[in-house]
Design a protein around this ligand. Structure first.
Ligand code: URA
Length: 245
């Protein structure tokens, strides 16, 4: 990476506006190597000089990665004329960066939604051959048993002829209503709803808990978001690298 003005570099992370960056610099909270950055016009190459804000290294990746706890009632989309969208739950400075949801959750599904502008990562995470498991917590109206788990594991054929890849069904409790964890490697339209309807156990509540190594942060309330940590980004990018081989 070539040298760039520090205010531009920090604002490009989407975490701060240019005005907020100026304030951080004024307050002496930005370090380049061991030096306190004195002026927003100073130029650095972040590959050569570590940039820190309040002591924490700033990941100056070209891309942005955000975890959103999607609430029910919100579309997994970037724009819609009528309904609230996942992008609309992010602050304005992030909305400008071209982030999009990685895979769709139904409007009434809650839980983990990764938003990024890294198209290659999104593609790899969603390709069934990348074997990225997505885990969902489900409450269903019906008594699910080991027979249903075996049908999931064998790869179901749905009434419309669609052949599902083998999937996991772990029964947490069963009775008139059942609680289960479903693990999918693909993400076709209404897939869990269709699979469970075919087993005579319609979905009552659905929440995505994880996607590959990424888990929904339990500290995030519905509608809240946070940046992925460097560790989380590295875990996803190592999947991206492995899937290329
Ligand atoms: N399966 C569904 O039926 N809906 C979702 O939102 C995700 C998986």
């Amino acid at each position: 990476m070539a040298q760039m003005r520090i205010d531009k570099l920090l604002a490009s992370t989407g975490r701060w506006s240019r005005r907020e960056v100026k304030q951080l610099i004024k307050e002496g909270r930005v370090l380049a190597g061991r030096e306190i950055v004195g002026r927003p016009e100073n130029k650095y190459d972040p590959e050569e000089t570590e940039i820190r804000v309040d002591g924490a290294p700033v990941g100056l990746s070209a891309y942005h990665y955000v975890m959103l706890h999607k609430p029910a009632g919100v579309l997994s989309a970037t724009e819609d004329r009528r309904a609230e969208t996942a992008l609309g739950l992010l602050p304005p400075e992030l909305q400008k960066l071209g982030l999009f949801p990685v895979g769709r959750l139904d409007k009434d599904t809650e839980g983990l939604l990764l938003m990024t502008d890294d198209g290659e990562l999104a593609h790899r995470l969603l390709a069934p051959r990348s074997h990225v498991d997505k885990v969902y917590y489900v409450r269903a109206a019906g008594c699910l048993t080991a027979e249903d788990a075996a049908a999931f594991a064998a790869g179901m054929t749905l009434p419309d002829g669609f052949r599902c890849l083998p999937a996991g069904l772990e029964i947490l409790s069963s009775g008139a209503e059942s609680e289960v964890l479903v693990t999918l490697r693909e993400g076709k339209f209404h897939q869990i709803k269709r699979m469970l309807a075919a087993r005579k156990a319609p979905v009552l509540y659905l929440k995505r808990l994880s996607m590959g190594p990424l888990r929904l942060d339990p500290a995030l309330a519905r509608g809240e978001w946070r940046y992925l940590t460097d560790l989380e980004v590295r875990a996803l990018c190592s999947l991206k690298a492995a899937a290329k081989v």
